[in-house]
Design a binder for this molecule. Structure first.
Ligand SMILES: *Cc1c(COP(=O)(O)O)cnc(C)c1O
Length: 339
């Protein structure tokens, strides 16, 4: 049975070209800095983003943690959104492992953080308070793209207040493709950013942290401390190189398919689309028996994380036939329920 997996773009399988490149990759001990493929990937990423240096990491969570630990010291704090992945979904790593306090504020409906509210959250220089050091944004966030003017405003805001500015750019290439700009146009507003290779870009493993030389050296040290120093990691980096070349433009198909899915869903009575943004569709599912619906969808080969608010994610391994299969299955379920 064909499986159409709408749960996340993390489920993407590496391409044939990636598997070949992995098998043939020239490798060395990356902890000694000797892996030519890892070095090439790091140079490629730094250049694409317009930065001095980059670091290959095991995951996006690790890359964000390294950014926070490289920007902040023990007793410092970072400003972020309540919905930020690096606050809400990373096990409290900054606090647990970095002794860094998060200061979250509510995200605006478009995913941005209100600069006036951020200003009020910055602590005065006083021994009672943690030292506010860093502002962390996320782009895309819930699929939504932060406008370039907002990034410029956030950069000016951070500069005036002596804060560093980090971007959790797990899906930053979705933003770049949606805005039809090169990565560097987004990256130029930040002191560091992370990029996930293993989501829509389809590499099996890995993320990157990009920054200046000093920041990346510090992060490289913490990566070793956290057990993230890998040896012949070029086997993984080889897939990452193709993620950054062959997979970026293709993301536009996912965005088209998301819009197509949203249109098709509008013909259903029990589903209401709340938002379509880049490769994601958010919908409310009004059917009373979500468990029965889940079983029905699975029988038709569709995997969906069903809930009151359901997120449907488009990706390389979800062609339009998958969208059609899901919509047909939902229609059949509605009709079955009405009998
Ligand atoms: C997936 C994701 C991460 C973490 O990446 P992992 O590789 O799963 O650890 C970080 N930030 C955002 C916004 C993400 O979507």
């Amino acid at each position: 049975m064909t499986q159409y997996d709408f749960r996340s773009d993390t489920v993407t399988q590496p391409t044939e070209a990636m598997r070949r490149a992995m098998a043939q990759a020239e490798v060395g001990d990356d902890v000694y800095g000797d892996d030519p493929t890892v070095n090439a990937l790091e140079e490629q990423a730094a250049e694409l983003a317009g930065f001095e240096a980059a670091l290959f990491t095991a995951s996006g969570t690790q890359a964000n943690l390294l950014a926070l630990m490289a920007h902040c010291e023990r007793g410092d704090e970072y400003l972020c959104g309540q919905q930020a992945h690096n606050y809400k979904f990373e096990g409290g790593g900054a606090a647990v492992l970095g002794s860094i306090q998060p200061q979250p504020i509510d995200n605006e409906p478009d995913g941005s953080l209100c600069l006036d509210r951020l200003a009020k959250a910055i602590k005065p220089d006083d021994i009672h308070f943690a030292r506010t050091r860093l502002l962390s944004l996320e782009n895309t966030i819930g699929g939504q793209v932060l406008p370039l003017e907002y990034l410029a405003q956030a950069q000016a805001f951070a500069f005036e207040r002596g804060l560093k500015l980090h971007l959790d750019g797990a899906r930053v290439f979705n933003a770049a493709v949606a805005q039809n700009v090169p990565l560097a146009t987004i990256a130029q507003h930040f002191d560091s950013l992370t990029i996930c290779l293993s989501k829509g870009l389809a590499a099996p493993v890995g993320s990157l942290l990009v920054g200046d030389e000093a920041l990346i050296n510090k992060a490289r040290r913490w990566r070793k401390v956290l057990g993230g120093g890998m040896r012949q990691a070029g086997v993984l980096a080889a897939a990452g190189q193709l993620a950054l070349t062959e997979q970026v433009e293709r993301l536009a198909e996912d965005h088209d398919n998301a819009r197509y899915l949203a249109e098709q869903l509008s013909g259903l009575k029990q589903v209401s689309v709340e938002r379509v943004a880049t490769n994601m569709v958010f919908a409310q599912c009004h059917h009373p028996d979500l468990k029965a619906l889940n079983t029905h969808l699975l029988a038709d080969g569709c995997k969906v994380s069903l809930g009151q608010a359901t997120r449907l994610v488009l990706h390389k391994d979800l062609p339009r036939t998958g969208v059609d299969a899901l919509v047909a299955s939902l229609h059949a379920f509605e009709q079955g329920g009405a009998q």
